[in-house]
Design a protein around this ligand. Structure first.
Ligand code: 3H9
Length: 701
């Protein structure tokens, strides 16, 4: 018997034996929209009042169990019925309810499951409470029920890490009561039948008490979470709410959780994190490619097995592609193979794979020095030395060997790919795939679309980016594309600060307080100062003589201060230590340069430094948009968040521009322009937008 409730995404179907199936159908991920909440609420009333129903199984159509609240509704005034009340109704239902989980039961979805008396799941299901990642805390009992189910420490870990727990662990720690193979719905009904036959319904989780916990382990976890939060509020608030579960009666803990949830949901941080959530998905949708068919890619070749090439090769292999790695010499190839084996060895050490799996992975690669071995490649990524002629020669040789349809990708981080492709017969097969180091770990991939790149080549790159599970952002050709172009400008600014009176440590402190994981000068030391030095040498002759140039980094390089690897750079490092220590020698070079150039001390405060960094990025962002290098403002944000350590809870510079107001950004930039001169002109589009009272969010509308 079927009792559909009109257009509701919820239906209730009664089966033989008094079992009802409560079905959710709200594609794509069964999010808890108002209609779903209303439907669930009505269904529980019906289950309660219908004497024929002895218990019910809650199941979802489609690829997943409920994946949480509808994120589009968060930040707006909540609409009744509220989720905590709906879950309270499940929790208090006098008839046993079984949540049958498949796919990803996340956030409000898992909170709904914890409102049921039993949770059963298919073996591939995953559960979790990832709300912290959206700048909120679980707001429908997650912080109160989970500790009662698995204890304070595990609850704090699951909630603050946002991780998805697989069934092996979930069953072990009691997140689910049974993992069921075969047809989930059928098995879940059989499970309920057997429980009904036993005649006992367990206490709902809200009625249970929090198990004893290890105070020391909990404090250690809390300290780690607070340190990692770096200015983000939600993890810290989540800990507080989890703690409440042990110190307050359930109802009181729920009230405190709701208050925190509502406050956080309306915060700037949550708005920024929602921007990031949707931004990651928007960048994957490239306008104009809707009807373009991607080419098929299975065989991938990587040329050059240095640090970058090896990381790229592993990224592809981990996504299931068939890999060939080419090096020019046998020695180079051996070193490359060792590097790749080393990456997998690291995974073995971290317990991510067994030795056998690592060995099998390495054995699955073809290593060669013979270019003709690339004749069956669908895609070749070159990661050789950053030199235009070297790359042109390589691509020309390559084109003669590979098939007509083979895509030729370059991993260059700043060279002109239009020029690179100009020597080829089929420049339309060329595209940039700019990975970030370590390429098998970093989320960002810039896909660089040249003037001649064929549409289906671009569509293929986007599809490959998705399969690699990267945040793949399409960019146009210019020096540094999106990310490195903004970063190069920012680097200039960081150097100006030194001439204008700030110390290396003050600049780093300001950026740490902004929320970057490390100070930029400490990062420069970590990656080595020589690459940027080589680039400055390349660019200096092309620079307008009127542009301000800071000689301090060149002087440090000339003094062999090449960063951590040399034991000294912007900081000095004790033997065997990676901890940056301020160095008098650097302070002396800075003082000499200030003296030589007669620089005025601008007495920049931490806030001045932060404002200028942000305004500088926004200005360059507008220039990039005007030139069509980035498709949309959100693409710029996704590059900075995923490749440059920009704090995700800020949402990215273009998002922040609207929070701060373009008028204020223009005012900061006017000061900067008057002090820095040439090269620091305000982007015309930014001026226009500020003048017309428009927002970045209006771009393209
Ligand atoms: C919460 O639950 C708060 C409660 O504690 C308290 C409330 C009072 N809402 O990622 P995909 C869309 S907070 C709205 O490409 P996948 C997504 O935008 C929530 N939309 O698929 C995309 O749309 P489009 C806690 C959502 O298979 C489409 O669905 N939950 C939501 O790679 C497909 O998504 C979470 O944080 C949503 N909740 O991954 C889970 N989820 O096609 C967030 C997805 O137009 N979601 N969409 O671009 C995820 O982590 C992944 O989407 C998931 C599927 C793993 C589920």
């Amino acid at each position: 018997m079927q009792q559909d409730q009109g257009q509701s995404p919820i239906s209730l179907r009664k089966q033989e034996g008094g079992i009802a199936v409560l079905l959710v159908n709200n594609p794509p991920v069964n999010a808890l929209s108002q209609a779903v909440r209303q439907g669930l609420s009505d269904a529980v009333t019906q289950i309660e009042s219908d004497d024929d129903i002895k218990g019910a199984v809650l199941h979802c159509e489609g690829r997943t169990f409920i994946a949480g609240a509808d994120i589009k509704e968060l930040g707006k005034p909540p609409l009744a019925p509220f989720l905590p009340d709906v879950i309270a109704a499940l929790d208090q239902c006098s008839k046993p309810l079984v949540a049958a989980l498949h796919g990803t039961a996340l956030g409000g979805g898992f909170e709904v499951a914890m409102g049921c008396h039993y949770r059963v799941a298919s073996p591939s299901a995953k559960v979790g409470l990832p709300e912290v990642r959206l700048g909120i805390i679980p707001g429908a009992g997650g912080t109160q029920r989970l500790p009662r189910l698995v204890g304070l420490e595990k609850a704090a870990d699951i909630i603050t890490s946002c991780r998805q727990v697989k069934m092996e662990e979930a069953a072990k720690i009691g997140l689910v009561d049974a993992v069921l193979k075969g047809d989930l719905l059928k098995e879940a009904c059989a499970f309920l039948e057997s429980k009904l036959a036993e005649g006992e319904t367990p206490l709902s989780i809200s009625k249970r008490s929090v198990p004893d916990w290890d105070e020391e382990a909990l404090s250690a976890l809390e300290a780690k979470v607070k340190k990692r939060a770096r200015g983000q509020l939600s993890p810290v608030k989540a800990l507080e709410s989890v703690h409440n579960s042990a110190n307050m009666p359930f109802e009181e803990g729920m009230k405190a959780e709701r208050a925190m949830f509502l406050e956080l949901a309306a915060s700037d941080q949550a708005a920024a994190l929602r921007h990031s959530f949707f931004g990651e998905r928007i960048v994957a949708k490239v306008p104009g490619l809707e009807d373009v068919k991607a080419r098929s890619v299975e065989n991938v070749a990587i040329i050059g097995a240095g640090t970058m090439g090896s990381g790229i090769a592993v990224a592809f292999a981990d996504a299931g592609y068939q890999l060939t790695v080419l090096e020019m010499s046998r020695e180079g190839l051996e070193r490359g193979r060792d590097r790749i084996a080393g990456i997998y060895q690291g995974a073995v050490k971290r317990g991510k794979m067994s030795q056998e799996q690592a060995d099998a992975k390495v054995a699955s690669f073809t290593f060669t020095t013979d270019m003709s071995d690339l004749n069956n490649a669908d895609l070749v990524v070159e990661a050789v030395f950053e030199d235009m002629q070297v790359k042109k020669d390589l691509l020309t040789n390559l084109e003669a060997v590979v098939s007509q349809d083979c895509i030729l990708a370059t991993n260059t981080s700043y060279l002109d790919i239009d020029e690179m492709a100009s020597v080829l017969k089929r420049p339309d097969n060329v595209i940039g795939l700019h990975f970030f180091s370590p390429a098998n770990i970093m989320k960002l991939l810039e896909i660089v679309n040249t003037d001649k790149t064929a549409q289906d080549v671009l569509a293929t790159a986007v599809a490959v980016g998705k399969r690699l599970r990267k945040i793949a952002v399409v960019a146009g050709v210019c020096d540094g594309f999106i990310g490195n172009r903004i970063w190069a400008k920012n680097r200039q600014l960081l150097e100006f600060f030194l001439e204008d009176g700030a110390s290396v440590e003050e600049v780093d402190k300001a950026m740490l307080e902004f929320g970057f994981p490390m100070g930029p000068y400490a990062v420069f030391d970590l990656s080595g100062l020589d690459i940027a030095w080589a680039q400055r040498k390349r660019k200096k002759p092309l620079m307008d003589a009127a542009e301000r140039y800071v000689d301090i980094p060149d002087r440090l390089c000339e003094m062999d201060r090449l960063g951590l690897k040399a034991g000294k750079g912007w900081y000095r490092y004790e033997e065997g230590s990676r901890k940056p220590q301020p160095d008098e020698e650097v302070a002396k070079v800075i003082a000499e340069e200030r003296e030589r150039k007669q620089c005025k001390d601008l007495h920049l405060t931490t806030a001045d430094i932060q404002d200028r960094v942000l305004a500088g990025m926004i200005n360059e962002g507008f220039k990039i948009l005007q030139e069509g290098i980035a498709l949309r403002p959100v693409d710029i944000d996704m590059v900075l968040l995923n490749g440059y350590g920009y704090p995700v809870w800020r949402g990215g510079p273009m998002h922040e521009a609207d929070r701060i107001g373009l008028d204020r950004i223009v005012a900061i930039l006017q000061d900067m322009q008057s002090q820095y001169g040439k090269g620091w002109e305000i982007a015309p589009a930014l001026k226009d937008y500020a003048g017309q009272g428009k927002k970045v969010a209006d771009w393209g509308k």
